[in-house]
Ligand binder design. Structure first.
Ligand SMILES: C[S@@+](CC[C@H](N)C(=O)[O-])C[C@H]1O[C@@H](n2cnc3c(N)ncnc32)[C@H](O)[C@@H]1O
Length: 223
């Protein structure tokens, strides 16, 4: 991953990360310095306020919604692309949310950002599907990565996973079986399920719904 500070001819979004939005959007080094100190250094909290995480925020509709819905919790978003990164924090701030931060980081290196048990709930919505079998190893939710997330989460937290890719979903379920996570919810048709009314439709999800495609959903408990 190339550091954003090394980019020659930075776009508006790269500049915003280091300037206008730097109080809420953290470049790589600043983000890594927070490891083990998110509570006090990023949010200025002295109490044990829960810190949730969204991996791959995209343009941030869910991110901003979640931050506004739970103002008594904290929310960190990881995003590798600059434009959606800034869009996400801008949307949260437009909702008057001071409880949200985004970091520009490669999600695979999540253990460089958080210490053991530092995170509560985790959201992974429509990660890049890598459909071709030769590219499956790039998929995020492999069992090694899930074990990393497990260690970073506090007991009693959950991990929410939604995808439009049946192939990824079925593959991920097998990976999950190799981890200590407990499957709490599972449906191959989220919008026809008992959890539909509590679901927030993300930007990518709306594209698949318009095409009449089902959304696959599971929720794992970190016992
Ligand atoms: C298909 S989009 C889904 C966005 C959003 N969650 C939604 O449901 O609308 C996947 C997002 O993950 C981000 N992403 C992909 N690989 C990543 C990585 N390794 N680290 C961080 N973000 C990543 C992409 O830039 C993109 O914004």
């Amino acid at each position: 991953m190339r550091f954003s500070s090394e980019i020659k001819n930075p776009t508006y979004y790269v500049q915003a990360l280091h300037g206008e939005y730097s109080q809420w959007a953290y470049a790589e080094q600043k983000a890594a310095n927070m490891k083990g100190h998110w509570r006090e250094s990023a949010f200025g909290d002295t109490a044990e306020i829960p810190i949730d995480l969204e991996i791959g925020t995209g343009n941030g509709f869910f991110f901003a919604h979640r931050a506004a819905q739970f103002r008594n919790r904290r929310l960190v978003g990881i995003e590798i692309k600059f434009k959606p990164l800034i869009q996400s924090i801008r949307r949260a701030l437009a909702n008057n949310c001071q409880n949200a931060r985004v970091v520009r980081y490669h999600a695979a290196r999540i253990d460089e950002l958080f210490a053991q048990s530092e995170i509560n709930d985790i959201f992974v919505h429509h990660p890049d599907p890598w459909e071709h079998p030769r590219k499956h190893k790039r998929r995020l939710l492999n069992h090694d990565y899930l074990n990393k997330l497990f260690n970073l989460q506090l007991t009693g937290s959950f991990l929410e996973f939604k995808t439009d890719s049946k192939d990824y979903f079925v593959w991920a379920k097998k990976e999950i079986e190799m981890t200590p996570y407990r499957l709490e919810r599972y449906t191959e048709d989220l919008h026809g399920s008992e959890w539909a009314s509590e679901n927030f439709v993300t930007h990518f999800e709306s594209i698949f719904i318009k095409k009449g495609l089902p959304i696959y959903y599971m929720r794992l408990m970190r016992p």
